[in-house]
Every structure is written in C-alpha cells, then in structure tokens.
Design a binder for this molecule. Sequence first.
Ligand code: NAD
Length: 259
Amino acid sequence: MRLKGKTALITGAGSGIGRESALLFAREGARVVVADVADDPGKDVVADIEAEGGQAAFVHADVSSPDDAQEMVAFAERTFDGLDVLFNNAGISHPADDDAVSTALDVWEQTMAINLRGVFLGCKYGLPALRRRGGGVVINTASFVATLGAATPQLAYTASKGGVLALTRELAVIHARENIRVIALSPGPLRTELLMKYLDTEEKRQRRLVHIPMGRFGEAAEIAKAALFLASDDSSFLTGTNFLVDGGITAAYVTPESQ
Ligand code: NAD
C-alpha cells in the first residue's frame, strides 16, 4: 500500500480524474477527502470507497471561494487528523471559451476563478496544513494545452493552465526545504465528460486523434495512476516538474496518421 497512513484531499473528486484518483488512493491505504461543488456525485464516490472497505469523507467546496477552500482543508484536518497530499484537480472548460476577440470577459473570469484562483487558494490554505504535518505533496492539474498551441482556441482555459504551471514551479522552489513537493500533472486529451461533450461526433474525435501518436484518448484511470506515483514516496526526488501524461502528443511534430 503506497499511501498507508496518509490523508489526501482531492478537489473535483466527484468525476473523471478526481473520482478515479480518490478510488485508487483509498485502495492504496489513504484516507480520502472528496471535495466537489457537486454534492451527489461526491457522496457517491465516498459510498463507493466505503463499499470497498476504504475510508473517505465528502466536503462541499467551490474551489474559487476562499471560505470554501479554507474550510475543506480544516475539514480534512478535523476529520482525519491532518493532511499529507493536496490534489488541486478541479477545473472547468467553458463552452464559450474561444479566441481573444470572441471570448467574453465573464467567461475569462469564471475560468480563471476556478482553474487558477482555485489552485492558488488550495495552496494558500493547504500548505500550512502540510507544514503542520512536517511535509507533504501538492499536485496541481494543468494540461498539455499549457505546452502546445491549437488553432481551435480555448484561450482562457489555456492561459489558466499556463498559470498553474508557473505557480507550481515557484511554489516547488519556495517549499523544497520544508519536505513539501509541488508538482504539475498535465494530462493529454482524455475520454472524460470535460472533453467528450465537445467531441460529440466520430468525425470530431477522429480529427483530434490524428495528433496523438498513440492514436487513442487517455483514460481518467491512467491519470490517477500517475497521480498515485506523484503522491507517494516513489517520486521522492521529484518536485517543480510538469509531469506530462499525454499519449505522446507533446512529442509529436507529425504522427503516422497525419503524414
Ligand atoms: P470532469 O469534468 O470529469 O470533473 C471535474 C470535476 O470538478 C467535477 O466533479 C466538477 O463538479 C468539479 N468542479 C467543477 N468546478 C468546481 C469548483 N468550482 N469547485 C469544486 N469542484 C468543481 O473533468 P476531468 O476531465 O476529470 O478534469 C479534471 C482536471 O483535469 C481539470 O482540471 C481539467 O482541466 C484537467 N484536464 C482534463 C483533460 C481532459 O481531456 N479531460 C485534459 C487535460 C487536463
């Protein structure tokens, strides 16, 4: 068991990567705080973990709210006696997010509030809790789009994830001597709700798959396995990294399919 005796708080744990990570971390011995703005899916994850004999608790939290961010960390410390792993995973992709000319200011603000301010607030309240524990790990979910540009833009989303990378690097340097590791996890295109709601026809999916050397979308469970590695002592000399798990998309200039 790679997380035995550890407490992990995962935001956006009601769905996709967060849900799979919560289930996997619990199987590896962690007590898991499932934080989400969606109550029913979050409570379902807790029930699924408990049905497998694991330990978990749900806390309602909108990561863009300072009060909620503070309370989710306090809840973790109250409920499970401390915090060892903070996984800032919650994020949105707004349907009206486009290029600079077309993207409305409120779409930009909402995306930044959840994807970037949410990570900042998680760190603001989570880092003191890790300090109280004598160390720990912060994993911030970025994206392959923080590394690559696309002609089908999602400017606010891309900029928010670029911010997550920069913030992660700096925090890793600040806290390295405190036994706190801070890592960005950048998934490639995944077969989760967040992306598939846009790629809703076979033609659209194929157009995207052409760019992925592996020729398939990733699964949330594959990202959860990477998160487990990052959360555990197996990655003890790793901090400040942009950990890409992307089917080779950022390595590709041309792929076999696009030639
Ligand atoms: P998802 O939509 O399946 O799950 C996201 C979860 O976050 C949901 O349970 C949702 O309720 C929750 N959430 C949304 N806003 C919230 C808020 N303000 N406060 C708390 N919780 C909130 O998405 P996913 O694919 O699992 O994505 C998880 C993370 O991975 C996101 O940060 C996303 O940007 C990133 N990511 C996803 C992909 C992909 O292709 N799916 C690729 C790269 C990065």
